[in-house]
Design a protein around this ligand. Sequence first.
Ligand code: PLP
Length: 374
Amino acid sequence: MQFIDLKKQYQVLKEQIDANVMKVIDEGHYIGGEEVKTLSNELATYCGVKHCLTCANGTDALTIALRCLNVGEGDAVFVPTFTFFASAETVALEGATCIFVDVDERTFNLDSKKLEKAIEQVIKEGKLNPKCVVVVDLFGQPADFPAIREVTDKYNLPIIEDGAQGFGGSINGKKACSFGDIATTSFFPAKPLGCYGDGGAIFTDNDEYFALMSSLAVHGKGSYKYDNVRIGYNSRLDTIQAGILLPKLHAFEQYELRDRNVIASKYDELLSKDFVTPFVPQGFESSWAQYTLILDSTEQREQMQAKLKDKGIPTMVYYPIPMHKQSAFKGYDFNLDDLKVAESLCGRVMSIPMHPYLDDQTISIITNALQECK
Ligand SMILES: *Cc1c(COP(=O)(O)O)cnc(C)c1O
């Protein structure tokens, strides 16, 4: 059994994917070209955002977004402590200071009240300049942007939405990657919409940001290619990857997102009596990058993972260590008492297989095994 069955998906989409890959190779147009353009337009339309810039990966997307906001030394950037490392790493790479904020125990996403408290504390200390907030859509579910916006508007801070896992999610019909002043996503194979290698995209409604980020992604180009007006990056999505992503995006729109939600509902129904299952607030929709249970203790998790492994059922722990306890952020001591929810979650969360091609038989094998192993 696969944790995420990408081979199954390929079998279903093989004809279109193969044709698109061969077309790129036949035409000899390996960088840029029609596929990249079409994909960018379709992604922007899907998310309901004016501009989409594809790039090399989700980490680059964050870096370019942070550069666009001129984030640097002396700046405080607020980041949830329960996330993938890149959300914080990119901030540190720009020389800014991460201020880690706790998450909500039920949604796993940034706690807006604790965000406000952290902003207030940074202002009171007066050492760092509050610059922006990185808001992560963890496990496929958009963060509570209505509540977070109220806070960021009050302090006039822009939001970078890290939608690497959030692509496809929505709040009252409005899609993820449209909530930040700038939003980013990743097409790493295991994400809700993945390619066959690395890939990413950046979204914004802001024309100036879009122009600046388009330059940053191509060596800081100016009005033409060999006029370089700033120091930038080489961050492109390959044409072949765009050709692979196009049919995958169509499948995602037509049935994969729906099927992910059907599968999540089946898990809810079969597991919610015995386990703490994921909580999706009214009006929110998740794209189920992960289906994550909260267990009673780390010991229970270790025992269950071992037993499930013996039964051939893969499980994962996203994430075992919060950002403020990572070795790379050693010595972090801001607001530690307020990061306890994330610490507790890190010790107890366990993700189970989730992808749109899970059949009923496999779902019952998984849920029965979970009940037996509890
Ligand atoms: C995967 C991920 C990234 C980084 O994306 P890459 O394409 O692997 O660089 C950033 N943030 C979050 C929350 C992620 O899950």
